[in-house]
Design a protein around this ligand. Structure first.
Ligand SMILES: Cc1cc2nc3c(=O)[nH]c(=O)nc-3n(C[C@H](O)[C@H](O)[C@H](O)COP(=O)(O)O)c2cc1C
Length: 187
């Protein structure tokens, strides 16, 4: 079971075709959780219903009531992609004020549940004085980051070439590597 967590960034509209469908084709069952803003964005373009049809599970973008059953099975691995600068900062400092953050923060603290994260950021986000500290905190928490000039060269805000795409294949490959590494650790 792969938990796919999406944030409100450019490229989110490709979550289904870039990550969820390929993961299902690789044999994963996928459960999608979105930040509240990402949920609004995908509902607006009718992607939410397509994701639900494809995964056979509700897309979560708000917490359940205590009286409601958990709508998703527990995930063996979480992929946060795309991760906004905002969600990276919140995760690094331990915030859990929406369903997506709650799930990822708990997984970071749970041995045996790998978390793979792709920060979909620009050069200005990376120059923020807190950024390096956030990345270091996530690394210390064992988060596998998909970043760096090979996979995601940074561009200035509003100067991104029109053809940049989220490196979905590298993100899914990182998740599969983490799961294989984990099963090696456990056996
Ligand atoms: C059209 C649009 C594109 C955006 N793209 C990005 C982006 O690529 N990376 C990013 O960190 N924030 C981006 N943002 C800003 C985030 O949407 C904003 O920080 C939001 O609060 C993130 O919420 P979330 O982290 O809860 O999903 C974008 C905003 C808009 C309106």
């Amino acid at each position: 079971m792969l938990g796919a967590i999406g944030c409100a960034t450019d490229g989110l509209e490709e979550l289904r075709t870039g990550l969820v469908r390929p993961a299902i084709e690789h044999g994963w069952q996928v459960a999608v959780t979105l930040t509240p803003t990402a949920g609004r964005w995908l509902r607006d373009i009718r992607e939410l219903e397509l994701l639900e049809k494809l995964t056979g599970l509700p897309v979560r973008d708000e917490p359940r009531l205590p009286s409601e059953a958990r709508p998703h099975p527990y995930a063996d691995c979480l992929v946060v992609a795309p991760a906004s600068a905002n969600t990276v900062a919140k995760l690094a400092t331990g915030f859990g004020d929406n369903q997506a953050l709650t799930q990822v923060a708990e997984a970071i603290g749970t041995p045996g549940v790998p978390v793979v994260l792709f920060p979909r950021i620009n050069a200005a986000h990376a120059r923020h004085p807190a950024w390096e500290g956030h990345i270091a905190a996530l690394r210390r928490g064992g988060v596998r980051l998909v970043h760096g000039p090979d996979v995601w060269p940074l561009h200035e805000p509003r100067r991104e070439p029109g053809n940049v795409r989220i490196p979905w294949a590298a993100i899914l490959a990182a998740a599969e590597n983490e799961i294989h590494r984990q099963s090696g650790v456990q056996s």
